[in-house]
Ligand binder design. Structure first.
Ligand code: 1GP
Length: 233
């Protein structure tokens, strides 16, 4: 998955980025961020959609990022945290809007994982991330999320994380639940992508690394690693 943050990628850059994503084997495009200053998100997503056949999925850090031109929306419940606002409060506010827009929701157990210095996402949700050396806690959290009916789990070190989610934690979660597992945050090399997939990730999300290096060869190597084209011993 390619993550596009509208504050970091301008609307002018979207046609080229969408073309590259489509040609290298990206599976879907996530749009969102913890803090977005753009006032034109609806137009931004519509522009992106005009230039790609890939699904464009909202990854909202706030209700203002829920726009009708999205194909679907990650309906994120921050189950790593204990902040009721991110467990149910914002969902109540957003639900009538989402229904009115006719947006498909993908209910997601969002788990922020300790990854080095505090990330924006960790700070914004106002709750502690999962300790990175406690895979058992992550597994129990994912189990609870699955029992509550969540459709997928997202283990996230946060944008620009110093250290990605540990493989051992991904494996523990993959052993504990049957739903797909999305992994992101601080993933910058094909080797790391391959390791996350081998540990049990169904999808790997990359944002910062593609902002820093949008070279088509690099993007292709990352996509191929996600699809099993790179084995890591
Ligand atoms: C952040 O998982 C995403 O929520 C992607 O992180 O920008 O560090 O790739 P990066």
């Amino acid at each position: 998955m390619l993550l596009v943050d509208p504050d970091d990628t301008t609307e002018d850059a979207l046609p080229d980025l969408a073309a590259r994503a489509g040609s290298v084997g990206v599976d879907a495009i996530f749009v969102g961020g913890s803090l977005i200053h753009s006032l034109e998100l609806e137009r931004y997503v519509a522009t992106l959609k005009r230039h790609t056949d890939l699904p464009v999925i909202g990854f909202p850090g706030a209700i203002t990022q829920v726009v009708p031109s999205l194909d679907a929306l990650l309906y994120l419940m921050v189950i790593s945290g204990r902040n009721p606002d991110y467990l149910i409060g914002r969902h109540v506010v957003a639900a009538p809007l989402i229904r009115k827009m006719g947006l498909e929701t993908l209910s997601t157990g969002y788990m922020l994982v300790e990854s080095g210095p505090l990330t924006t996402a960790q700070y914004m949700v106002g709750s502690m991330p999962l300790p990175r050396n406690k895979p058992g806690v992550a597994a129990a959290t994912a189990m609870a999320g699955e029992m509550l009916g969540l459709q997928c789990m997202y283990l996230d070190g946060g944008s620009g994380a110093e250290s990605p989610v540990p493989d051992r934690m991904i494996r523990a979660v993959a052993d504990a639940v049957d739903v797909p597992i999305i992994v992101g945050g601080g993933i910058r090399t094909p080797e790391t992508v391959a390791a996350k997939v081998r540990a049990g990730a169904s999808f790997v999300v990359v944002g910062n690394a593609f902002e820093d290096d949008g070279d088509v060869g690099f993007m292709r190597a990352m996509a191929e690693a996600a699809h099993g084209g790179l084995s890591v011993s």
